[in-house]
Design a protein around this ligand. Structure first.
Ligand code: 5GP
Ligand code: ZN
Length: 133
């Protein structure tokens, strides 16, 4: 899509440090990494959000995520890896071309997880009902 930086990266029109590519997706280093090897995995097809497009777009990303995670594990030998996907500005999405973050993790690296609210626990049965009825 015109004006989309990740479309330009997956076609090779814009520079990026690509570490994995296949017919459907490309993995490249985040230009502002939050850890050594912080990688973004994006489908070649322009899809804005996780809920857009069809399951095949997510499958394409998932295959590349699997291959890239194995590569990061093999070459950097992290103790773990955090996978994150932001959809919508409310979640922190900044680039509106679907992508998954793969962030290698090491014991004691100081990264914090997401917040929990122990004083405001939801009724899980109510949430389940909302999602399934
Ligand atoms: P989001 O907040 O949308 O989940 O993440 C967007 C990510 O893309 C950010 O971590 C940002 O550093 C990265 N990013 C934005 N523009 C570029 C770019 O042109 N090249 C690369 N390699 N990363 C980018
Ligand atoms: Zn795009």
């Amino acid at each position: 899509m015109a004006g989309c930086i990740f479309c330009a990266i997956v076609t090779g029109e814009a520079p990026a440090h690509v570490i994995y590519a296949d017919d459907d997706a490309v993995a490249f280093l985040d230009r502002r990494p939050s850890a050594l090897g912080h990688t973004l995995v994006a489908p070649r097809r322009h899809v804005e959000h996780l809920w857009d497009g069809d399951a095949e777009d997510v499958v394409a990303v998932a295959r590349a995520v699997h291959a890239t995670a194995a590569l990061l594990h093999d070459r950097l030998q992290p103790d773990g890896l955090t996978m994150r996907q932001n959809t919508g500005a409310a979640s922190g999405q900044d680039v509106f071309h679907l992508h998954v973050h793969l962030v290698p993790r090491w014991h004691g690296d100081g990264h914090i997880g997401w917040p929990t609210r122990p004083d405001d626990l939801p009724d899980l049965a109510e949430v389940q009902a909302r999602l399934t009825r």
